[in-house]
Design a binder for this molecule. Structure first.
Ligand code: HEM
Length: 464
């Protein structure tokens, strides 16, 4: 009798599990059916397209390349299923315009409105002397290590200078990461990014880093707390307060009673995530593009020699005259966009590119797939800064070139990053010749931002 009851319970359990699995599969099928009319890679199993992506990773390619490859097969709008999530990849200028420019899908954050008023022309102009000062310390550091024979991991070096600049100009903090690379703030920032990258590339092993990352994020939040409190005290004392990012963050609270102190700390950490690594990756990738293209390197050096010469303080006006440097930066960002895409969710049904999409659809706009598409760029894998010259025959289309994204939710630090990169590169080119280590991987890793896999290893030599 007892054995029969046991079998009955077991039978019920098995039937429940089977029913549950059947319900999940039916639900998955119905969810995916909503996108049957959209082309996309075939699913290898009920997991969707996950195995295709894993295969790409095994071939040492990254997610943006997976999108580019499929975009070449299925067109500028295609679907991918990952378990229960469907992503619509977008690499089509009309769809970009609809999703990014119309402003129907705004972020609920308020930085845009306020940042533009803070980071106007005068803010940008005023930050130039500070960037010069930080960069001079950086140049001394590079001079000390540049014997022409030692390999230098330029990504690490650029991480330090971009951190010093953002801390000083954005938050009035002296971190001295260049001269004291081992300080706890720098270590915390580096650990946070390493941890976040690790989570992205090894999602099944989150537990490995989680405790350590939680600890450093807490350290950063405490640091943010201290910095905000010190600024509050300075305001009370009537000290001079710069119109910097910290002022902007603190204004959130005044403007919106729903913003609490924890929100301010979130913003504090967000600005580091958005502003430091991205600029550092741009500079690292310039080592790739200039190192692999000696003609461009020479042309840039000649421009800087002609216009800037030995001048030790680069002014805002000087930066505006360096046309070729501007083109080199733009072309580097085309080939290696540090942020390779953005996403948007639609809140009502929408027809794009002839396909109807239900509310709630996730779109992934791939800047990388647009930048590398021969439909929009002639010989897209070629480094050709002249594409961006004023008299170029091939005009670059606003909707196919998106390193900072466009529209109401685009990067608010674009000019900040450009000015910083131009000053750092000008001073670098004034002083150094460099060679890339040929034995390094020139591949990239896609983790939060896209970065050189081996860190842009170079040999530096002070110019004769
Ligand atoms: C080369 C350097 C940089 C690149 C390529 C870059 C690129 C981008 C991109 C593509 C976005 C949009 C992300 C999205 O839609 O999800 C973004 C957003 C953002 N960026 Fe940048 N960025 C750079 C430098 C900076 C700097 C220096 C700062 C700050 C000083 C900054 C602050 C921000 C912020 C706060 C956002 C979020 C805007 C929002 O959510 O409304 N960025 N950036």
């Amino acid at each position: 009798m007892e054995v029969t009851a046991l079998f009955q319970i077991l039978g019920i359990l098995i039937a429940t599990v089977v029913l549950l699995i059947a319900a999940i599969l039916i639900w998955l099928h119905l969810e995916r059916k909503k996108y049957d009319h959209v082309p996309g890679p075939p699913m290898e199993s009920w997991l969707g397209n996950i195995s295709g992506m894993i295969k790409m990773r095994e071939e040492d390619k990254y997610f943006s390349e997976y999108i580019l490859q499929n975009c070449q097969k299925y067109g500028g709008i295609f679907r991918m299923h990952f378990l229960h999530t469907t992503l619509i990849a977008v690499a089509d200028p009309d769809a970009v315009k609809e999703l990014l420019i119309t402003g129907h899908y705004p972020k609920p954050k308020i930085y845009h409105k306020t940042f533009y008023s803070v980071a106007g022309q005068s803010y940008l102009k005023n930050m130039v002397p500070e960037i010069n000062t930080c960069t001079d310390i950086f140049m001394s550091r590079l001079t000390d290590v540049s014997d022409g024979k030692s390999k230098i991991r330029m990504s690490t070096e650029f991480n330090h200078i971009t951190l010093d600049v953002l801390c000083k100009i954005g938050f009035g903090m002296e971190i001295n990461s260049v001269s004291q690379p081992d300080n706890p703030f720098t270590n915390a920032i580096i650990k946070t990014f390493e941890g976040a990258s690790y989570f992205q590339t090894n999602p099944m092993e989150i537990w490995k880093y989680a405790r350590e990352v939680r600890k450093v994020v807490q350290f950063l939040r405490n640091f943010g707390k201290k910095t905000i409190h010190e600024r509050e005290e300075a305001v009370k004392r009537g000290d001079y307060i710069p119109d910097d990012i910290l002022t902007l963050i603190m204004k959130y609270k005044e403007d919106d009673p729903d913003v609490d102190f924890e929100d301010l700390l979130d913003e504090f950490v967000t600005f580091f995530a958005a502003g430091q690594e991205t600029t550092s990756q741009l500079l690292s990738f310039m080592m790739f593009t200039l190192g692999k293209n000696p003609e461009s390197f020479k042309k840039l050096q000649a421009e800087i020699d002609d216009i800037i010469g030995n001048k030790s303080v680069i002014s805002f006006e000087d930066i505006g005259k360096l046309k070729y440097l501007d083109m080199v930066i733009k072309e580097t960002l085309r080939l290696y966009p540090p942020v390779p895409g953005t996403s948007r969710i639609i809140t009502k049904d929408l027809t794009i590119g002839g396909y109807k999409f239900p509310a709630g659809t996730n779109f992934l706009i791939s800047s990388y797939a647009l930048h590398h598409n021969e439909k929009y760029f002639d010989n897209p894998s070629e480094f050709r800064p002249e594409r961006f010259s004023d008299d170029a025959e091939e005009r670059v289309n606003t909707y196919t070139y998106l390193p900072f994204v466009i529209g109401p939710r685009s990067c608010i630090g674009k000019h900040f990053a450009e000015i910083e990169a131009k000053i750092v590169m000008t001073k670098f080119m004034q002083r150094f010749e460099f060679k890339l280590d040929k034995n390094q991987s020139f591949g990239v890793v896609d983790a939060i931002t896209v970065k050189p896999k081996d860190g842009a290893m170079c040999y530096l030599r002070v110019r004769a």
